[in-house]
Write a protein that binds this ligand. Sequence first.
Ligand SMILES: Cc1cc2nc3c(=O)[nH]c(=O)nc-3n(C[C@H](O)[C@H](O)[C@H](O)COP(=O)(O)OP(=O)(O)OC[C@H]3O[C@@H](n4cnc5c(N)ncnc54)[C@H](O)[C@@H]3O)c2cc1C
Ligand SMILES: *[C@@H]1O[C@H](CO)[C@@H](O)[C@H](O)[C@H]1NC(C)=O
Ligand SMILES: *[C@@H]1O[C@H](CO)[C@@H](O)[C@H](O)[C@H]1NC(C)=O
Ligand SMILES: *[C@@H]1O[C@H](CO)[C@@H](O)[C@H](O)[C@H]1NC(C)=O
Ligand SMILES: *[C@@H]1O[C@H](CO)[C@@H](O)[C@H](O)[C@H]1NC(C)=O
Ligand SMILES: *[C@@H]1O[C@H](CO)[C@@H](O)[C@H](O)[C@H]1NC(C)=O
Ligand SMILES: *[C@@H]1O[C@H](CO)[C@@H](O)[C@H](O)[C@H]1NC(C)=O
Ligand SMILES: *[C@@H]1O[C@H](CO)[C@@H](O)[C@H](O)[C@H]1NC(C)=O
Length: 497
Amino acid sequence: MVAFADLSLSFLFGLSGLTARHDDTSSESHHAEHVVRSPVCEQIASEVSSSSVVYYPGSYQYFKDNYHWSASSTQSSQCTFEPTTADDVAIALRILGQTQTEFGIKSGGHAANAGFSSTPGVQIAMYSFSDVVYDSTAQTATVGTGLLWDDVYVALQPYNVSVVGAKVTGIGVGGVVLGGGYSYLTNQHGLGFDNVVSFELVLPNGTVTDVSDSTNPDLFFALRGGFNNFGIVTRVTVKTYPQSLVWGGRISYSHDQWDGATAAIAHYAANLTDTKASIYNTYNYVAGVAEESTILFYDAPIRPYDIFEDFLTAPHIEADIGTRSYVNLVQSLPLNVTSNLRSVFHWIAMEEVTVPALDMIANETLFWGAALEEASAKIISYDVDIYVPTLYDHVASPTAYPASRAKGYSFIEVYYGWSDAQFDDVIFQAVNASAQHMIQALTDLGQDIADVPVYPNNAPPNTTLERMYGVNVPRLQEIKKAVDPENIMGLSGGWKF
Ligand SMILES: Cc1cc2nc3c(=O)[nH]c(=O)nc-3n(C[C@H](O)[C@H](O)[C@H](O)COP(=O)(O)OP(=O)(O)OC[C@H]3O[C@@H](n4cnc5c(N)ncnc54)[C@H](O)[C@@H]3O)c2cc1C
Ligand SMILES: *[C@@H]1O[C@H](CO)[C@@H](O)[C@H](O)[C@H]1NC(C)=O
Ligand SMILES: *[C@@H]1O[C@H](CO)[C@@H](O)[C@H](O)[C@H]1NC(C)=O
Ligand SMILES: *[C@@H]1O[C@H](CO)[C@@H](O)[C@H](O)[C@H]1NC(C)=O
Ligand SMILES: *[C@@H]1O[C@H](CO)[C@@H](O)[C@H](O)[C@H]1NC(C)=O
Ligand SMILES: *[C@@H]1O[C@H](CO)[C@@H](O)[C@H](O)[C@H]1NC(C)=O
Ligand SMILES: *[C@@H]1O[C@H](CO)[C@@H](O)[C@H](O)[C@H]1NC(C)=O
Ligand SMILES: *[C@@H]1O[C@H](CO)[C@@H](O)[C@H](O)[C@H]1NC(C)=O
């Protein structure tokens, strides 16, 4: 998403401290003693095994379980629930269904849209599913959905293997294996969920089942893109790949250096054939300062000469590039400092990443960065993710997203972070206008992208199912009806079939 030069970082660290002080957690705990414990929470607590715990306002765990990266998707729940076993998840689902209580299911809590993994009802936090079991014979790892990808990379590092997870720190296993997962390894191995071998799933009726292509092809199709519509995933088994040290890191360009950065990005895109290469470009406008940061990545300790050369020779303000571990590269981006703002994402496909297209994107960054300063916008970021057209060629069976794998796309990921809720409408309208403008501009440049399905993990609120899942919508609705006739999962937020 965004990567910042030190220039903007000092500002962001200040900002992060400021928003933390404005977080009203202290008054929440102050009220805690007077809160009447909800009967649903008490019932869950009394029926589950003693290792699974319900937490109430005032406790640290309650705060942690409700906490989300985005301030706009953090809510105060009645209580939080940390299950330790799939059977206890099943008990909670039964009680929530019987009492028709809204609930949220949180893995890493990075959903930006309000209510997708948060709730005013019962917040389920998966943290206790935190095991990583590596099977060197099968070349798979079975990991709990309470983990962040950071944790998984660290756990697998001693074996010199890695998995296809998120590109930055803090993202949960859950939202990636159920939603997509664009990684530095995607050019080589596809999306995160393309590498899932099986899911351990608690169905809405409480049955715990292993879902794979052979045991249940319908659910295996539906889970890969369908999020929480079909039950709660407790563990997932994913393919592992040998992982050496990698080459790369972050390089940043001030506004007057953007032409060089833009030329380097376009040159890279035009010449990309080596799937070990990956880059992540971010045009940012932060508190009046425009800068571009690119993360360079090569999946070997030493880079090939050609494809990255222009980035290094173009004038830049800062570079932190070298040979390092995979997790060190992922964690080198100070993305945690962007937390605690209200936020929205958008997503636009690209067929070709050319200089005119990038200039258009750079202009959007500057235009909306300046235009939204009055609307409390702190970070406006237009990120260009470049992939080989074969990125979708890594699965044996169809997935809920994308509806067609005939052709892979690069894309623009738009991210706006702001602080004041009174500007929500202004910001949502701006991101919509900007997306429309970019779709038109790319179309005018001859790119056939207007109808490419939008990545559900980056789609703004109220995006239609058809816009994301295309022709797969009817099949997903049928599967949903079959496994959840009472619509228990409808009590949980997010995209709903
Ligand atoms: C700073 C930032 C960087 C990002 N970088 C990347 C990136 O590099 N690559 C990429 O592909 N995406 C990226 N994203 C998007 C990210 O993949 C999504 O936000 C993703 O859904 C987050 O997963 P999570 O588990 O942290 O989220 P959560 O908010 O915990 O969950 C997201 C959704 O999945 C559901 N869910 C989670 N766990 C379960 C479960 N166990 N069972 C059933 N349903 C569940 C939730 O109910 C919710 O609807 C980024 C987002 C942010 C904010
Ligand atoms: C991992 O790689 C390092 C460096 O090459 C090596 O020293 C170590 O023995 C390897 N570990 C395993 C388990 O293969
Ligand atoms: C990179 O792409 C450009 C534009 O297509 C081309 O002129 C150049 O020869 C390519 N360079 C390499 C090293 O392939
Ligand atoms: C980012 O924040 C998460 C908690 O939200 C934490 O687990 C993670 O270690 C942090 N990453 C870094 C690099 O500090
Ligand atoms: C810059 O972007 C804005 C907003 O989309 C648009 O109105 C304007 O015409 C663009 N300017 C240029 C030079 O493309
Ligand atoms: C903008 O909003 C309209 C109305 O809600 C919607 O139909 C359209 O798809 C949105 N466009 C984009 C690009 O988000
Ligand atoms: C989404 O739709 C709901 C219901 O119509 C509406 O209340 C909300 O404001 C919409 N959100 C956005 C961001 O447009
Ligand atoms: C639960 O649902 C699954 C999937 O629909 C079904 O196969 C199973 O028989 C159901 N179990 C019970 C106990 O009803």
